[in-house]
Design a protein around this ligand. Structure first.
Ligand SMILES: *Cc1c(COP(=O)(O)O)cnc(C)c1O
Length: 396
């Protein structure tokens, strides 16, 4: 059985007890009016979380990967041009999926640890006079490297090139944890899943389509059945679904949207920022560096920590699991063995984060890395104490 230790992987994330309970409901007939009482608040809640007035929200029994497939198969035709930067494992996988669907992907190879080069996007789009490129992909938060890219800058690049391409954003490890502005950034399809910022078990693909994306659905020729948003769109107004929805998870989603909105999105983002700053303070106290190349790229949901040359970073993750029953993230793809990741998104407090930092110290000390016990914890405590200062003042 699992212990009560929190996990420090960047998804699936820790679940609030109340969210878990909300997923546990008696069997409900999804053809009855009772289902609309689950579905409609999910749609409204997700729309608020992605900051959109009118986006169409589609929720599938699937995961984030199914959300990628929903985005491309509903809007594109075989041979269509796609522009994407590859700067980590998740952007790589979305590119791979596009190619397997017969799309013509222009890949901007980008160092793992760097953000999306919006200036390169602008050059490529400006040169694409025939508008062969139909869609621009952007991974908002590259979970493999702990890099957050500037989506507003990608939108500016598209506009500066005067290009009509749609903008699709993978927000799987950012939405609900870091600021995401679908309407303001002109995002046409936003993709996420249930098991990250929404603090739910895995099992839902959550997508948001703009009006322009919905127009593209009409002419798209890639085959799609299970993920066809038109079937969803015709069922929704009647509170219905084209097949059996994951009702329990959706009841959980209804609830978790409520929690996020009750805490206040800006407060949720500030909490993630503060917890991340504590982790980053610990990393620098350890004398270690993040994979993310500069502070403007630092992710507030996951930190990818480079280990010394010649040291196998996977040993940290394995030892943490076997000796302390704590989960950290391994390095993926090009950075496998070179870094480990501390996930710090979802249902997490300063106090929980301290336990993860303390565990990482024990693990690294056990493995002979030159980390002084308590050094990272103390650095993070200073960050978290500074935040507690208002409360202390009020109590005095
Ligand atoms: C987790 C993740 C995915 C994949 O989602 P699954 O739910 O595992 O299919 C995609 N993109 C990013 C950025 C992720 O963090």
């Amino acid at each position: 059985m699992s212990s009560q230790n929190p996990v420090f992987i960047p998804g699936p994330t820790n679940m609030p007890e109340a969210v878990r309970k909300a997923c546990d409901i008696p069997t409900l007939d999804h053809r009855s009016p009772a289902f609309a009482k689950v579905l409609n608040p999910c749609i409204e809640g997700v729309r608020k979380v992605v900051k959109s007035e009118n986006a169409e929200i589609f929720i599938f029994p699937s995961t984030g990967t199914g959300g990628w497939e929903t985005a491309i198969t509903n809007t594109l035709s075989p041979g269509d041009g796609v522009l994407a930067a590859r700067n980590g494992m998740f952007s790589h996988r979305w590119i791979d999926m596009c190619r397997r669907h017969g799309l013509d992907v222009t890949v901007v190879e980008t160092p793992w640890g760097a953000g999306i080069p919006a200036d390169r996007y602008e050059e490529i789009l400006t040169a694409d006079r025939e508008h062969r490129i139909k869609v621009v992909l952007a991974t908002h938060n590259e979970t493999a490297t702990g890099v957050r890219s500037d989506i507003a800058a990608v939108r500016r690049a598209i506009d500066a090139a005067g290009h009509p391409a749609l903008l699709f954003v993978d927000g799987v490890s950012s939405i609900g944890s870091m600021d995401f502005r679908m309407d303001e950034w002109g995002v046409d399809v936003a993709v996420t899943g249930s098991q990250k910022g929404f603090m739910l078990p895995p099992g839902l693909a959550i997508t948001a389509f703009s009006k322009r994306a919905m127009e593209a659905v009409e002419s798209a020729k890639l085959p799609r059945t299970y993920f066809d948003v038109r079937d969803m769109a015709t069922g929704y107004p009647k509170g219905g679904y084209p097949y059996t929805p994951a009702v329990g998870l959706m009841n959980g989603l209804r609830f978790s949207c409520g929690l996020l909105l009750e805490e206040g999105l800006e407060n949720v983002f500030a909490r993630h920022r503060r917890i991340a700053e504590g982790v980053r303070a610990a990393v620098s106290a350890w004398g270690m560096k993040l994979c993310a190349q500069s502070p403007d790229l630092y992710s507030d949901t996951v930190s990818a920590i480079l280990t010394p040359e010649g040291f196998d970073a996977n040993k940290i993750v394995n030892h943490a699991a076997s000796a302390y029953d704590v989960a950290f993230g391994i390095g993926l793809g090009d950075v496998a063995g070179k870094l480990f990741r501390i996930g710090h998104l979802g249902s997490l407090t300063d106090v929980m984060a301290l336990s993860g930092i303390a565990t990482a110290e024990m693990v690294m000390a056990d493995l002979g890395l030159p980390v002084r016990l308590g050094s990272g914890v103390a650095a993070a405590q200073e960050v978290y104490r500074a935040n507690g200062a208002h409360a202390r003042k009020a109590a005095a």
